[in-house]
Design a protein around this ligand. Sequence first.
Ligand SMILES: [Zn+2]
Length: 311
Amino acid sequence: MKTCAISIDLDPLTAYYQIHGLGEPPQQLAGTIIARALPRFIELFAEADVPATFFLVGRDLTQSEIAKRMAKELVGAGHELANHTFSHPYDLCRLPDAEIAREISQAHETIAEICSDAHAPVGFRSPGYFINGRVLDALSAQGYQYDTSMFPSPPYWLAKILVMGTMFLRGRRSDAVVTDPRGLSTPLLPYRPDRERPWRRGDAPLIELPVTVLPGMRLPAIGTLFAAGPRWLRERVLGAVSKLPFFNFELHGIDLADAVDDRIPTELAGRQPDLRIPYTEKRRAFLGVINQLKHEGFQFVTLKQAAARYS
Ligand SMILES: [Zn+2]
């Protein structure tokens, strides 16, 4: 049986201000993704009748009642809640052990407190698409079942370096971090990682579910491509994905945000072309992908269910 697990990283818009080196974001944007984009995802998945896994940034849940209510709504709709750290540090892997442990446990406890221990996360995704032995240790100590941070796409990795280099030449500094290129050799399908070199197979107590990239060039098959990529590329990528036994389909909250509808300033929308596409159009594209995969015989599961199958 072919399986697809959809996950959504609920990065706040403030994270994109950090990536683009735009300085302090306007305060009213801090809750936009949860208040505006998240309800669109809930509605989309209800229509498509599929479960999903939502990666929550713990701090965002402490900042508004809306966020707490939305987290409970996700649980009520049958979705999985997972851990995306407390404050979304792009340099998580470089932090001291105690801070890594705190980023993970504080987010964990915040989610468990709001949604009950029964819905406490068992899965983790790092903000920088990378983990190391110290992050694995912290996850194991917390009893986590899976990690899904590795994203072994050389084209994505090179594009990121190019953007960061251009920003540097223009005197702007990005908070994004260049990851160890050895991570680009990560296996394409779920595996048990090695503690010292998590991009290799080993005997860690948890399962790694790499974000899906295509065999060959390792093109990323992520939400932004289906939301904003040219039609010919979307069709090719979807055709290739359809042949895989497991599709770890990663999206971001911003994938259903809308510069006009959500009043996102030009300083950010000008640097994120996907924000300038109406959310209704992006929603249609995602629904099309889900329906096509169903037609190809895919079963939709949460990442927790996928991890259980692979372990
Ligand atoms: Zn993130």
